[in-house]
Design a protein around this ligand. Structure first.
Ligand SMILES: [Zn+2]
Ligand SMILES: [Zn+2]
Ligand SMILES: [Zn+2]
Length: 86
């Protein structure tokens, strides 16, 4: 869990969230199940349980590897590049 080099490269302080919901879902008319915050740029996207999985799409589009849960009371991080919690 400590082997992720991407976390060390993240901007500090953490970027402010660009929105308070998944804007891509808003546009598509779908509902995010849970939200994820990109720790590289502040993009807010929906999780893999959501219909369109925009957080994963954001990683594919931008290569930003690390996001964290944007849900209240949760603060775990996920690295897409490593495929694990970091
Ligand atoms: Zn990583
Ligand atoms: Zn979405
Ligand atoms: Zn990003």
């Amino acid at each position: 869990m400590s082997e992720c080099r991407h976390v060390a490269e993240l901007p500090r302080p953490e970027p402010a969230p660009l929105s308070d919901t998944c804007l891509a879902c808003l546009e598509a008319g779908t509902h995010p199940v849970q939200l994820r915050l990109c720790l590289e740029c502040g993009h807010v996207g929906c999780c893999d349980s959501s219909p369109l999985r925009h957080a994963t799409e954001h990683f594919r589009d931008t290569g930003h590897p690390v996001m964290r849960s944007f849900e209240q009371g949760e603060n775990w991080r996920w690295c897409f590049a490593d495929g694990s919690i970091v």
